[in-house]
Design a binder for this molecule. Structure first.
Ligand code: ARG
Length: 398
């Protein structure tokens, strides 16, 4: 029986060439799997291209709702920002694609799974570690990493085998898109000093000139409504991208540390993600008890690192999810965001579980705080330092 390989297929140049190349060089049958994670585009055309390249089967999976509910929502609850900034756009989509690849391998009797990543990036790590976590029996293949073809060679190869590709000979940018945002690399931006050309932006092109407010409703840490209108998370993120992006908010330009040891200049657009994380962090400030809030913040960076490093399906990540979920029990309420050109910030928050106590906080007549308690508390709080100061501080060698 001919060996079957399931390929993570985008419809782009590399993965289209990979279909034919694996058939020619390795004598395998190829089943392509294209996942809709909100990147847009015509999946009919993607399937036709896969078949034209020689795929025996071209699968399309609408993974938008699943991506939002099972991947974006946990990351948002964890306020996951790699290196404090990047909302893990590409890193989050890989594990959902992995899930579909493994399912397709089972359904279509494949013994191997392939991806079209190069050897220099993070995505190979996420695909391979993810596949090995879910299906240790499947072989993992990385044709692009071994074929030694340049972009020009790939275009020639596609022409030779009549694979209909849209790519042009001048390489522009490497773009990865999904509902959580957009990553744009390469071209002029490989010089970290050079400003990204205006043409790279598409989700954050400013069109609004005034000011408006958006109210985001959260239930247990997950956004469920905009301006009081309930909606599914994948739709809600789309609405936020459009409304916040129209103010030109949500761009990132950063030098980032890849898992494979390379520093790279990366640009992103994630208007919805950055607005929702800001709103969620703010609601947590109102609803989380102090120690819980501080410990959660300490773990958030670790969580982001795990996702970035391809450890989505790891026991530590699962355990951190359990902690994060427990922390979100009372993170229910609303946050008001004000949008104006280039900015999006929180102007108000409220919750039925708010820990903000007006009587304790106010300086006016409604004050219910017992001021007499403060005296003894502060004295004991400083007692150790006072004792040290009296006995040692003055005796220290200069
Ligand atoms: N640097 C980002 C990450 O590792 C984005 C990767 C984008 N991938 C791409 N094919 N352009 O998550």
């Amino acid at each position: 029986m001919t060996k079957r390989v399931v390929l993570a297929y985008s419809g782009g140049l590399d993965t289209s060439v990979a279909v034919r190349w694996m058939i020619e060089e390795w004598g395998v049958e190829v089943v392509t799997v294209a996942c809709d994670v909100g990147q847009g585009g015509d999946f009919e055309e993607v399937c036709e291209r896969a078949r034209a390249a020689g795929a025996v089967e071209a699968v399309v999976a609408d993974a938008r709702a699943e991506f939002a509910d099972d991947f974006v929502a946990p990351a948002l609850k964890a306020n996951a920002l790699y290196e404090g900034r990047y909302p893990l756009v590409s890193a989050l989509s890989r594990p959902v694609i992995v899930r579909h690849l493994v399912n397709a391998a089972r359904t279509h009797g494949a013994t191997a799974v392939a991806h079209g990543c190069t050897g220099k990036g993070n995505d190979q790590v996420r695909f391979e570690v993810g596949i090995r976590a879910l299906a240790p029996d499947l072989e993992v293949l990385a044709p692009v990493r071994v074929w030694g073809m340049t972009r020009e060679d790939c275009i020639d190869y596609a022409e030779r085998f009549s694979i209909p590709i849209a790519a042009t000979r001048e390489k522009l940018y490497s773009i990865d898109d999904n509902l959580w945002g957009r990553a744009i690399e390469c071209g002029e931006m490989e010089d970290p000093w050079a400003e990204p050309p205006a043409g790279v932006w598409s989700l954050t092109v400013p069109s609004e000139t005034g000011t408006e407010e958006i109210t985001v409703g959260f239930e247990r840490g997950v956004p469920t409504a905009i301006d009081g209108v309930p909606m599914a998370l994948h739709e809600l993120v789309g609405v936020m991208n459009r409304r916040v992006g129209a103010y030109g908010f949500g761009r990132l330009d950063m030098v980032e540390n890849r898992r494979v040891g390379i520093k790279s200049r990366e640009t992103y657009e994630a208007p919805g993600a950055l607005a929702l994380i800001a709103a969620h962090q703010d609601l947590e400030a109102l609803c989380l008890e102090r120690d819980l809030a501080h410990e959660k913040q300490r773990l958030e960076g670790r969580y982001a690192d795990l996702v970035y490093d391809g450890q989505w399906y790891s026991p530590l990540k699962a355990s951190l999810d359990a902690f994060v979920d427990a922390s979100q029990e009372f993170v229910t309420g609303e946050v008001r965001l004000r949008l104006s050109p280039g900015s999006c910030h929180v102007v108000g928050r409220r919750s039925e579980f708010s820990l903000y106590d007006y009587g304790l906080a106010t300086y006016d007549a409604a004050d219910s705080f017992n001021h007499a308690d403060a005296e003894g508390f502060v004295r004991l709080w400083g007692l150790g330092i006072e004792t040290w100061a009296a006995n040692q501080a003055t005796k220290r060698e200069a």
